[in-house]
Design a protein around this ligand. Structure first.
Ligand code: PEP
Length: 259
């Protein structure tokens, strides 16, 4: 069956790579791409490397992404970066509410709602990360947690405003741990999230919204993940720092969606 949603393969470089390394990695990825890639590709680079990566990807279909944003437009917010500044730096997409931001920096849904609003107001694409911790997973609370994370972050917007939203389901117990949700587990949660979107807005919105999976995605599990009908791409941490692996992940995705 044809997929409605173009896959998104995204790399989250986190707090890694200097300028020369960022530039080299972006160049390797760029040189491996076909002229018209079968999927959208985004590189969430560190703030310091946005300029260097922009110079490499600006005339390519690769999106430049930032890993965080502050919701105010400008002013006395030392150390923060606004959505407009990110746009100015050449970004197209922004990660919102990555679990490391939620867990280490205490970001709450109310903050994420404001960040999503700020990003949408300047025409950038928000990628909202949701996911349950190991404790919540073991207590069978995953669905409850995901429902409130989604509802609190996006329910106040109209579905028209949220047209460019991507949701990344990233079970916290699978991030950087080498443990991956099985394709079946991930598919089950993506299907659940799609149903939540339909309940919050409507069916059409739920069918058009990309839901990507993150959590120890590797070259040996990408194929099976991408073969699931509700997995519309992946957010890759560790393996996105290795050009060969990330390129293989992009290409495995192509193989999987063509079968
Ligand atoms: C992430 O940081 O979003 C992530 C999924 O990391 P990893 O692929 O390393 O688990």
């Amino acid at each position: 069956m044809a997929r409605h949603r173009k896959p998104l393969i995204a790399g989250n470089w986190k707090m890694n790579l200097g300028l020369a390394e960022s530039e080299a990695l972006a160049k390797q990825i760029k040189s491996s791409l076909p002229e018209t890639p079968h999927c959208d590709i985004a590189l969430f680079a560190p703030f310091t490397a946005l300029g260097a990566v922009r110079a490499v990807v600006s005339s390519t279909p690769i999106w430049l992404g930032a890993q965080n944003v502050f919701w105010e437009k400008s002013g006395p917010f030392t150390g923060e970066i606004s959505a407009l500044q990110l746009k100015d730096a050449g970004c197209q997409a922004v990660l919102i509410g990555h679990s490391e931001r939620r867990v280490i920096f205490g970001e709450k849904s109310a903050d994420l709602r404001k960040k999503i609003g700020a990003v949408l107001d300047v025409g950038l694409f928000p990628v909202l990360c949701v996911g349950e911790t190991l404790q919540e997973h073991q207590a069978q609370k995953a669905r409850e947690v995901i429902t409130s994370q989604i509802q609190e972050a996006i329910a106040e917007f109209t579905r028209q405003k949220l047209k460019s939203l991507t949701i990344a389901y990233e079970p916290v117990w699978a991030i950087g741990t080498g443990k991956t949700a099985t394709p079946g587990q991930a598919q089950g949660m993506h299907d659940f999230i799609r149903n939540r979107l339909a309940a919050l807005f409507d069916n059409e919105f739920s069918l058009q919204t990309r839901i990507i999976y993150g959590g120890s995605v590797k070259t040996d599990n990408i194929d099976a993940l991408m073969a699931e009908p509700d997995i519309d791409g992946v957010l890759v941490g560790g393996e996105s720092l290795k050009a060969d692996s990330f390129i293989r992940i992009i290409n495995f995705a192509r193989r999987a969606i063509h079968v």
